[in-house]
Design a protein. Structure first.
Length: 277
């Protein structure tokens, strides 16, 4: 076995040979592992014979320059990358012309941004909403507002949202909302009229509403409002106090449990009580 040359010149020469050998191996890719090894060995021998010390130095210098260039590009990319502003813990959102459940005089308003094909939204509806309704909405302490946020990769969510609003024209928004979530995996457009029919809606009016797309503008506005306050996923909630058509309060992201909502709601109720004294 030939002793390893550890001198500076020998190291540079060996490095250059290795680079060339690797290049030749890549060029010969496509055969068996044994063939690749043979090609690499042949490449190393050819490189050793063909590359002089000066050439090896030149190759090493070239590699150094390439490394500097890559490091420079990386630093520039990091420096020039736009920095996303941090998501604030609170948000202020409009509730104008949105479906509302609960007393208009409630001390606390919860705004829910939702998607009818969102599995986390469904879990929240099934596991958390019933207790929230019993504890806070039905007792007049909380007003619940729904805003639409059909995500782009849920192809049936926008039409489902329209169906809910069309049912709302016949005072059946909340009933349709429940039916849509119960059938979250079967929200194709052809299924929506059958849900309306089982609810006893005026089908002529419902079908005309759905065909007109007249609620699309409001749905798109809801999505724009969400984007404007950096709400990017569903479900997302704003728990706060209402002032006119606006609600400002704490942002809660995800299908959180009852305790999370209870803590935030009771805190606001206590603040109102303290201010009234």
């Amino acid at each position: 076995m030939t002793p390893l040359n550890l001198t500076r010149t020998g190291f540079r020469h060996g490095l250059a040979i290795g680079v060339v050998a690797l290049f030749l191996t890549v060029l010969n890719a496509g055969g068996s592992p044994a063939a690749h090894a043979a090609h690499a060995a042949q490449g190393a021998e050819a490189a050793s014979a063909a590359i002089t010390g000066d050439q090896a130095d030149a190759i090493v210098q070239e590699l150094k320059e390439i490394r500097k260039l890559l490091e420079s590009i990386d630093k520039k990319s990091v420096a020039q990358a736009p920095k996303r502003p941090p998501v604030p813990p609170t948000a202020k959102v409009s509730v104008k012309d949105s479906p509302v459940l609960g007393s208009a005089d409630a001390a606390v308003t919860v705004v829910e941004f939702t998607d009818y094909q969102c599995t986390y939204c469904l879990r929240f509806i099934q596991q958390t909403v019933p207790k929230l309704k019993e504890e806070f909405i039905d007792t007049g302490k909380v007003r619940w507002v729904v805003r639409d946020m059909p995500l782009g990769f849920h192809k049936n969510a926008r039409k489902a949202a329209q169906a809910a609003h069309c049912a709302g024209e016949q005072d059946k928004f909340w009933e349709m909302r429940a039916v849509l979530f119960a059938n979250a995996k079967k929200l194709e457009a052809e299924n929506l009229p059958s849900y309306a029919q089982t609810m006893g809606l005026d089908m002529t009016a419902f079908d005309a509403c759905l065909a007109s797309d007249r609620h699309l503008a409001a749905i798109d506005k809801s999505m724009q409002d969400a984007s404007g306050v950096q709400i990017t996923g569903t479900p997302t909630f704003v728990i706060g106090k209402a002032s006119g058509d606006w609600v400002e309060g704490k942002r809660v992201v995800g299908a959180r449990d009852f305790k999370t909502f209870e803590e935030n709601i009771r805190k606001l109720l206590e603040e109102k009580q303290a201010n009234a004294q």
